[in-house]
Design a protein around this ligand. Structure first.
Ligand code: C2E
Ligand code: CA
Ligand code: CA
Length: 757
């Protein structure tokens, strides 16, 4: 009995420790478990009291409490099982009935102290003086108590049995173990009861049951659950998984392996695939590794990312490994497509501008010893071609050009379309043969030339000296070379030299200075006298000079062309016309109305302003005679759109202006023009006559032209007259107006006025 008591004390300590652990748990079942465990503590304590108490009433009370404790223990067990098994939930009537019956049984047990109607406790004294309590049960009420408790037991057992049967195999153990212990407890309790032994040890089983149940419901994770979860995850992931044992033999592959490599993939093939890697990695310290492989499968190259993982036991001994394979083919193809889209021109398939620059940089950096040439091509007036024949046809030209250029392709040659009709090629200087380009351009011309459109493609070349220079600058230089042969239709290929860059920089600079110059009156009018055959000064031609703050006096040859190219010329001309009109007004006011001023009209002026309105406006503004403001228009300016020009000239003449054809004889078809356009004076430039060769022939042509002009009723003025002989011979031919250095060079207004007024 002493040992039993000690065992009970140990049980209490054990239970309290366990309760402490359970209280820390966060699980949902914590509450009923704690009820169960505290009841078990209560039962053990009561049992202990019963064992050691001397007083019969106390012993009777203790054993009564113990019996009703069993009722409550079973009720708590049942409600715990409800939660644990998730069966039989929320049956309130049943709950109320069982609680009521348990309460009645407990009350009856308590009253037993007074009435002894269930059992009586008697003291049994042994011969050695050792005594203990024994219980004498009266049959009927005790049987009722037993029936109630066994109904509860049966319910508890059946709930567990049902759950055990129904639950998936993985979870079965959780319920089966509890069920077995419960059954053992019942059996032990029954045996103790039947044996009427005072050493009823079933209380230990109750406690063990409580502890075990709480363990399974709070802390236990079925191992199979985790294993099968893992197995399922591995089986289902989108990577192919291969497991190898310690000998390097494949022992597992998931279903993705079948999808990647075909369902008939056998382990031998797999072993071969990884053999070398396994050998390498298993010897190294490496826990994991990543690498990439490409494999041709069904005639298509596929890309895989592979990762290797070492498997070790707890003592870090190698036990095997696994590989995962991810198919990256689609991703890589998409990336390649995207990269292609971003780096290539859609129409021609050549690199686009940005990527061409990048590729050139790379090639130059990778071949520091190779000399390279940058070649750029440009189609003259390609916009016109598009307008005439439509964009589709234009695209065809570009496509064919790209194809032809590519025929030159060699190692380390980079091709790009850098803008609309501009192509650029980086080619090793040794491989560059302009003839091939010229030949290809001729092919292109043959194909696309028509009566409406003459194709001109120009090639600019820049031999790269400084490889660190930005590629865009290299292209600019090659393009600059193209600019230099503008107008010369026969020069197809032109090289860049330093002068070109200087020229381009100069042009850019003066364009930038234009506004300021105009605003600050840096442009000034010089006058060159025009003389009659009798030596009388008839007037002057207004010629512009730029009084530049840094460069001094700049001549028109240095800027007129640039301003014509950049569309600024009309503003300069308008300014010059106004200066001339102002001067004429001044002369008029001082009573010198007999002199004219001829002003120049550039071919580009017609595009940018309403010449008629400007000029008539000036005449009205300054109230001058229109015949004193003579207009010089070059032959070439009149050639373009002759019909419109003829109308305009007609209106100007009607208004009273005198019109001169400037530089007559320098253009293409002077004679034809004379037929169509009415002008007052034709100005022939002596400078156009070849001075050294075939002088006679030139003179006889000049003679005939002057005759023709006079016969058509127009006046003739010769400019560029430098010698007495020229004057004499021109006089002989019937020319009666002259302009040239022989008489005077262009001069400032002040000088002119001083000299001739
Ligand atoms: P242009 O209209 O043919 O002007 C005649 C040019 O020949 C002037 O050159 C003049 O200085 C030069 N010259 C005159 N006599 C002789 C001579 O005996 N021998 C030689 N060798 N040259 C002579 P400049 O002033 O340098 O002008 C050059 C060109 O610039 C002009 O040719 C004209 O086309 C253009 N230009 C000048 N001023 C203007 C202007 O205000 N507006 C426009 N649009 N163009 C202008
Ligand atoms: Ca002129
Ligand atoms: Ca002229």
């Amino acid at each position: 009995m002493k040992y039993l008591f000690v065992a009970l004390c140990c049980m209490v300590v054990l239970l309290l420790i366990w309760i402490n652990r359970v209280r820390k748990s966060e699980a949902e079942l914590k509450k009923p478990i704690l009820h169960l465990l505290w009841l078990a503590v209560f039962m053990v304590v009561i049992k202990g009291i019963f064992l050691i108490c001397e007083n019969r009433i106390t012993a009777t009370l203790a054993i009564g409490c113990y019996y009703s404790g069993i009722d409550w223990l079973l009720i708590v067990l049942l409600s715990y099982e409800e939660a644990y098994t998730q069966i039989f939930r929320g049956n309130k009537v049943f709950k109320r009935v069982t609680y009521g019956l348990a309460a009645l049984d407990s009350l009856s047990m308590f009253l037993n102290v007074f009435f002894g109607h269930i059992f009586v406790v008697v003291q049994h004294v042994y011969s050695d003086g050792y005594d203990e309590w024994s219980i004498i049960r009266s049959t009927v009420p005790f049987t009722l108590h037993l029936v109630f408790t066994y109904v509860l037991v049966i319910l508890c057992v059946s709930l567990l049995v049902e759950k055990t049967v129904r639950t998936p195999a993985t979870y079965r153990r959780k319920y089966l173990v509890v069920l077995i212990l419960l059954l053992i407890t019942v059996v032990v309790n029954g045996i103790c009861m039947l044996a009427k032994s005072p050493y009823d040890i079933s209380v230990f089983f109750y406690c063990a049951l409580g502890i075990q149940m709480s363990y399974y419901s709070l802390f236990y994770n079925p191992k199979g659950l985790i294993d099968s979860t893992m197995a399922l995850v591995v089986a289902d992931i989108s990577d192919a998984v291969f497991c190898f044992d310690i000998r390097g033999k494949c022992v597992y592959t998931n279903k993705m392996v079948g999808e990647y490599f075909g369902s008939d993939t056998n382990f031998d093939v797999v072993n071969l695939m990884f053999e070398d890697r396994i050998k390498e990695y298993s010897k190294s310290e490496q826990e994991s590794a990543q690498y990439k492989v490409q494999r041709e499968m069904d005639g298509k190259l596929r890309f895989f990312d592979v990762s290797y993982h070492k498997l070790s036991d707890k003592k870090h001994r190698y036990i095997g490994c696994f590989f995962t394979l991810r198919d990256r083919t689609e991703e890589i193809e998409k990336f390649k497509e995207e990269h292609y889209r971003l780096s290539h021109d859609k129409l021609t398939g050549l690199f686009n501008r940005e990527y061409f620059f990048e590729a050139v940089e790379k090639v130059l950096a990778a071949n520091p010893d190779v000399e390279y040439t940058m070649v750029c091509s440009n189609i003259k007036g390609f916009k016109l071609y598009n307008d005439l024949f439509g964009e589709k046809k234009g695209d065809e030209v570009l496509k064919m050009e790209a194809e032809l250029l590519m025929q030159n392709a060699g190692d380390n040659t980079v091709y790009g379309r850098i803008s609309g009709d501009e192509f650029a090629i980086l080619v090793p200087t040794k491989l560059f043969t302009p003839d091939i380009f010229i030949h290809n351009i001729n092919l292109l011309k043959e194909r696309f030339n028509s009566s409406q459109y003459q194709m001109h493609i120009y090639i600019g070349i820049y031999e790269i000296h400084d490889k660190t220079e930005p590629v865009s600058v290299m292209c600019d230089k090659a393009k600059l070379a193209i600019e230099s042969h503008r107008g010369d239709y026969n020069a197809v290929v032109t090289s860049y030299d330093k002068k070109l860059l200087a020229k381009s920089l100069y042009e850019r600079k003066i364009v930038g200075e234009f506004d300021r110059a105009l605003e600050r009156d840096e442009f000034c009018m010089f006058l060159q006298p025009q003389i009659a055959s009798d030596g009388r000064v008839l007037g002057a031609e207004a010629l512009v000079r730029w009084q530049h703050p840094e460069r001094g006096l700049v001549f028109p040859g240095d800027f007129i062309g640039v301003f014509e190219k950049t569309g600024l010329i009309y503003r300069l001309d308008r300014y010059m016309w106004e200066q001339a009109a102002k001067k004429l007004r001044e002369w008029k006011d001082t009573g010198k109305e007999d002199m004219h001023i001829s002003v120049n009209i550039s071919a580009k002026d017609f595009y940018h302003m309403d010449i008629y309105r400007e000029l008539t406006g000036l005449v009205e503004k300054y109230d001058i005679a229109p015949e004193n403001l003579k207009l010089e228009i070059t032959e070439t300016a009149l050639m373009t759109e002759m019909k419109n020009q003829a109308d305009l000239l007609g209106r100007l003449r009607e208004f009273g202006f005198r019109i001169e054809i400037d530089d007559f004889g320098s253009g293409y078809s002077s004679l034809n023009m004379l037929k169509n356009i009415d002008v007052d004076i034709v100005k022939i430039d002596m400078g156009f006559l070849d001075k050294t060769e075939r002088l006679e022939r030139g003179e006889s042509i000049l003679n005939s032209i002057i005759l023709l002009i006079k016969n058509l009723g127009m006046g003739v003025i010769t400019e560029g007259v430098e010698t007495r002989e020229q004057v004499d011979s021109l006089l002989g031919m019937g020319c009666n107006m002259f302009q040239g250095y022989y008489f005077a060079k262009p001069m400032t207004i002040e000088m002119f006025e001083e000299k001739y007024k």
